[in-house]
Design a protein around this ligand. Structure first.
Ligand SMILES: *Cc1c(COP(=O)(O)O)cnc(C)c1O
Length: 464
């Protein structure tokens, strides 16, 4: 392809993109294909000769699009959102055009310097005190892995990377059962082992760890000669939006000199609104915090903001400097590849710069506030309807409910029927062992009409 053809196709695809977004409501939200449908339409062998872009593009429409679940559909109420606001999409087009590899300062100074400045914008936006340094990770899972590796190294007096874990005291990490599975995987990958991830019972409406139980668990481990390393708390857990009492939990962690990490992957975006910050009060005492602007805030995936009280402990855990990565004569520069597990990194700060400038914090706050109000409104309407029962009340824009008096299988069938119907998309979770249906409002283009529409679909499908 020559660059004139590229330019022509670029314009056509950009028009296609606008049309796609404008007509999303006409499509079923979740893909309606059966397993294997798409693979069956792809040739088993690669072509020997080149093919025309016209044919490739029409196959894209014919084969690929029916197998897409539309995450940017305004009636997407499943999981958590993965918003891609249009300015962030445009920034990603520029980033993929430049295609720079931003592992070191000198491999693209603009990417590094913008990342430093924009993460400090974000720090201010979510109300963290000065002194926290930020870095963009590909995902919250990577940030949490980095936190677990740091707590491991810190607890082992920086000997784990060198000596391995055999012969070391048994490391222990504490969290509730409400945290995301990325915590389990971080524990596996860090070599700490699932058996040493200690689940602390929860208490209260926000389903946070019970402080007394955390203390008892730490004391018991110390008495047995184990090595407590850290506490992983959550603000806005995945199932029901559980929030630990950060003030209490981090105070306990600190009293035993443990590392404290906060996973606010979804809920962190809401902290741009000061009135929601009570959900994570005490966060300023954490050692690290992760929040995903690629969820609710509107920055195209992937973009995970990782804030550190002291980046030196992270760099001491992860930095490795073979000769070819040394930036000679430039001491004190930040090489962000030393702050993350992968070496290579994309220029991710640009989409945050485009996004925040284009809407302003106030524009982004309005969306989040509306989503919260609409979710609360829908929850109230369902509560007044005898067919439904609220299981957990809204935490920000997420609540769970069920069909009143029906067993788990009926709830699952109901969710599947709704998703096969395709007008809206929802998912289920388990709360205290039983199936509950999750509903979250968060798609960037969603309107109150879309949420009212969802109400009507939920009621209508319950009547079947
Ligand atoms: C989505 C989510 C994660 C995982 O995020 P990735 O960026 O996909 O790794 C972790 N924790 C919570 C609370 C989440 O909602």
């Amino acid at each position: 392809m020559n660059w004139d053809e590229y330019s022509d196709w670029g314009s056509r695809i950009s028009q296609w993109a606008a049309e796609y977004h404008k007509t999303l409501r006409e499509r079923p939200v979740r893909a309606q294909t059966a397993p294997g449908d798409i693979a069956a339409q792809l040739p088993e062998m690669p072509p020997e000769g080149g093919e025309d872009m016209d044919i490739i593009m029409s196959d894209f429409e014919r084969i690929v699009m029916p197998g897409i679940t539309h995450w940017q559909h305004p009636r997407f109420f499943a999981y958590f959102p993965a918003n891609a606001a249009p300015p962030s999409m445009l920034a990603e087009m520029l980033v993929s055009t430049i295609a720079a590899q931003c592992m070191l300062w000198q491999t693209s100074p603009a990417a590094t310097e913008m990342e430093t400045v924009i993460l400090d914008w974000l720090r201010q936006a979510i109300g963290l005190p000065a002194g926290f340094a930020g870095v963009i990770q590909d995902s919250a899972s990577s940030a949490t892995l980095a936190a677990v590796l740091t707590m491991r190294e810190r607890a082992l007096n920086w000997q784990g990377n060198q000596k391995g874990l055999s012969g070391q005291p048994r490391l222990r990490v504490y969290c509730s059962a409400e945290v995301h599975t990325s915590v389990d995987r971080a524990i596996w990958i860090a070599g700490i082992g699932q058996d040493n991830l200690v689940r602390i019972p929860i208490a209260g409406r926000l389903r946070g760890m019970d402080p007394a139980a955390l203390k008892v668990a730490i004391e018991k481990d110390i008495a047995q000669g184990h090595c407590p390393a850290g506490v992983i708390t959550c603000t806005g857990g995945t199932g029901t939006g559980a929030c630990d009492d950060l003030d209490a939990m981090i105070a306990i962690a600190k009293s035993y000199d443990l590392y404290a990490h906060v996973d606010a992957a979804w809920a962190g975006a809401a902290m741009i609104c000061p009135e929601f910050r009570k959900l994570w009060s005490g966060v300023e005492k954490a050692d690290s915090i992760v929040f995903n602007p690629h969820k609710w805030l509107g920055a195209q995936f992937d973009c995970s903001a990782h804030f550190l009280r002291n980046p030196d402990t992270l760099v001491r855990t992860l930095a490795i400097q073979p000769e070819y990565l040394k930036t000679h004569g430039h001491d004190g520069l930040i090489n962000y590849s030393e702050w993350s597990v992968p070496l290579g990194r994309r220029f991710r700060a640009l989409k945050l710069w485009f996004l925040i400038r284009s809407y302003g914090l106030e524009g982004l706050r309005n969306r989040i506030r509306n989503h919260v109000i609409w979710a609360e409104g829908l929850c109230e309407r369902l509560e007044q309807n005898d067919d439904f029962e609220i299981v957990t009340r809204p935490v920000l824009s997420l609540f769970t409910f069920k069909l009143r008096g029906r067993n788990d299988q009926v709830q699952i069938d109901y969710v599947n029927n709704i998703n096969d119907d395709g007008r809206i998309y929802i998912t289920q979770t388990r709360v205290d062992g039983q199936i509950a249906i999750r509903f979250q409002v968060g798609q960037f283009d969603a309107t109150k009409t879309d949420v009212d529409f969802a109400h009507d679909v939920l009621v209508q499908m319950a009547g079947r």
